[in-house]
Design a protein around this ligand. Structure first.
Ligand code: NCD
Length: 299
């Protein structure tokens, strides 16, 4: 595998291989050596966890990073095209990690440069490195990826982490509950794909009477920046809020995941329950990104 652009490009074995490598790295049984390697991190959209964890991943394995955050300080400001910027920066690095508002930006970049490209989020489309760390977090908390009952809650229309996670989990016979406002439902093309794979899912608006069936509750932020109409966002922004009093009868293995950032969809008192796993999940991002970078650069 040369690039990591979409979960749709990965086989079940690819996913398991990324997870096994992350696990070996986390346990200290494997330490890939990235000395002399440079990653260019090109973030055309805001990021905290993805950018910092890629930087940390690279540096902790002996590699180095070049970082661009926003376009304010590059020649994009002077009118340089995305293609020219990408081609130029690819001359200075061994791997490109790209986050863009444009769907397909990383795929396009992978077609015009000769070094590996990692998609760190392209608009509302895909975020495969997040999905891989989410899957790693599921394995760590459930002991398996197979037959998980999971509710995915929030912005299923614009949430790229959701799209990637749904594709990734589809290999492992999941039972999905998709909970969102009607206008933020999972895109039809993804539902069609689930139908074609005979994967069971239900769509709904309410979470309360579901909670005690779940292994995983995956909560997401309403993606404010993707709304064309700010009034529409205002109407939908408070649609869901997870509070500790809906967590009374949950299963023993139950965990709450969230790709973060959180706005108000999980109250902070939930952080102190044994079910909150989102900060550990963010830490798993370090090991998963070490796994991804080393597999693309060293194999
Ligand atoms: C997500 C993203 O950028 O899509 N953040 C992340 O990478 N952890 C989720 C979000 O912004 O809501």
């Amino acid at each position: 595998m040369k690039h990591l652009i979409s979960m749709r490009d990965l086989s079940k074995n690819d996913i398991l291989h990324f997870i096994e490598t992350a696990e070996l790295i986390e346990k200290g049984k494997m330490k890939p050596n990235l000395k002399g390697k440079l990653a260019a991190l090109l973030f055309f959209e805001p990021s905290t966890r993805t950018r910092f964890s890629f930087e940390s991943a690279m540096k902790r394995l002996g590699g180095e990073t070049l970082t661009m955050s926003g376009t304010g300080t590059t020649s994009a400001k002077k009118g340089e095209s995305f293609a020219d910027t990408i081609k130029t920066i690819s001359q200075y690095a061994d791997i490109l990690v790209i986050r863009s508002v444009l769907e397909g930006a990383s795929r396009y970049a992978s077609e015009i440069v000769s070094i590996p490209v990692v998609n760190a989020g392209d608009g509302a489309n895909q975020h495969p490195t997040q999905a891989l760390l989410d899957l790693y977090s599921i394995v760590k908390t459930q002991g398996t990826l197979e037959n998980i009952t999971i509710a995915i809650i929030g912005d299923l229309k614009f949430g790229r982490t959701v799209h990637s996670l749904v594709y990734g989990l589809s290999y492992f016979s999941p039972r999905f509950y998709f909970i969102s406002p009607l206008h933020l439902s999972l895109p039809e093309h993804i539902k069609n794909e689930l139908h074609s794979k005979n994967i069971i899912f239900e769509e709904g608006r309410e979470i309360d009477n579901l909670v005690n069936k779940l292994d995983i509750m995956y909560v997401t932020r309403i993606q404010k920046e993707r709304f064309a109409d700010p009034e529409e966002y205002e109407k939908l922004k408070g649609s869901y809020q997870i509070t500790s009093n809906i967590l009374n009868n949950v299963k023993g293995n139950f965990k709450i995941l969230h790709p973060l950032p959180r706005v108000n969809e999980i109250t902070t008192e939930v952080d102190n329950t044994p079910y909150a796993y989102y900060f550990e999940q963010a830490k798993n991002g370090l090991y998963m990104r070490q796994s991804i970078i080393s597999m693309l650069l060293l194999t």
